[in-house]
Design a protein around this ligand. Structure first.
Ligand code: NAP
Length: 254
């Protein structure tokens, strides 16, 4: 399965070529290399992504997330879509945003859309199921139903042994088996947290916007720890994206 590039190049050569095309018209191309360089020339990779407020929210209580971060961060998201084979979002994001998940703000190809909806609660009316590039809908093995939803192909995967939902490692393996080894997990918080908790993220791009929402949907939902020293302390490289700060966080895969 391929996104909408139709590009004859393949593997990491294609990613490097896409990157060259993405920055060809960017005046700040040299300054962008430290941010995008670690994402290139890797055949397989899983990148998680969150744009949160200062108080750790990715959307208001009613689920509105447009816009937490600024224009440069939104452009960054579109560039990431172009640099990965597949973009993964949870059912909550499809329900709240009805997104297209295409690369409308930059020159690169659109990825294959992968929607995680273990119980198959989403209807066929959402845009990812009706228009745009190829789409995969991932649900649990034990859920009955047709093999297509709108134009999406349905893949059935094992449930996680612990906790809720599908096993993130099985999601990574299944997308790789479909010829999509580079995965961009764009949200929301539940989905990114499940990949993080399962040790399935190579990196996390966490944008922090100078904004307080007071209440809303949390960025991370993870098992609690007894003491601060038991938490996951990470290293990071800091990048400025307009008014926002982006932490590029390398993670250790399990
Ligand atoms: N600021 C940002 O960076 C950003 C990015 C994207 C979205 N958003 C916002 O975030 C909100 C949605 O986020 P959210 O955290 O509530 O939900 P979400 O992560 O989009 O979706 C959560 C749901 O997705 C399904 N799911 C995710 N991972 C799964 C797994 N490993 N196995 C099985 N099912 C899985 C489950 O659906 P079921 O329970 O139905 O099985 C789960 O309840 C929306 O308001 C959206 O606007 C913000």
């Amino acid at each position: 399965m391929q996104g909408s590039s139709g590009d004859p190049l393949s593997g990491d050569t294609m990613t490097d070529e896409i990157w060259r095309r993405l920055v060809a018209r960017a005046p700040d191309a040299a300054a962008l290399s430290p941010l995008y360089g670690p994402l290139l020339s890797r055949e397989a990779m899983v990148l998680g992504r969150i744009a949160q407020s200062l108080d750790g929210r990715i959307a208001t209580e009613s689920g509105r997330s447009f816009w937490i971060s600024g224009a440069q961060d939104v452009l960054h998201t579109h560039r990431l879509r172009a640099l990965f084979d597949a973009v993964v979002v949870g059912a909550g994001t499809v329900r709240a945003d009805d997104p297209l998940l295409t690369t409308r703000q930059c020159a690169g190809p659109s990825p294959v859309r992968v929607i995680v909806d273990s119980e198959r609660r989403l209807g066929a009316g959402y845009r990812v199921f009706q228009e745009g590039p190829p789409t995969l809908l991932l649900c649990a093995k034990d859920i009955a139903g047709p093999d297509r939803l709108g134009h999406a192909d349905v893949l059935r995967l094992p449930r996680a042994a612990e906790g809720a939902g599908l096993d993130p490692a099985a999601i990574v393996a299944a997308t790789a088996a479909c010829g999509l080894p580079r995965i961009f997990v764009e949200g929301g918080g539940v989905t990114v947290s499940r990949f993080l908790a399962a040790g399935c993220l190579d990196r996390l791009h966490l944008t922090i916007a100078p904004l307080l929402l007071g209440a809303g949907i949390p960025a991370f939902t993870l098992p609690g720890v007894a003491r601060p020293e038991d938490g996951l302390r990470v290293g990071f490289t800091l990048h400025r994206l307009g008014p926002d700060l982006l932490l590029d966080i390398p993670l250790v895969l399990r």
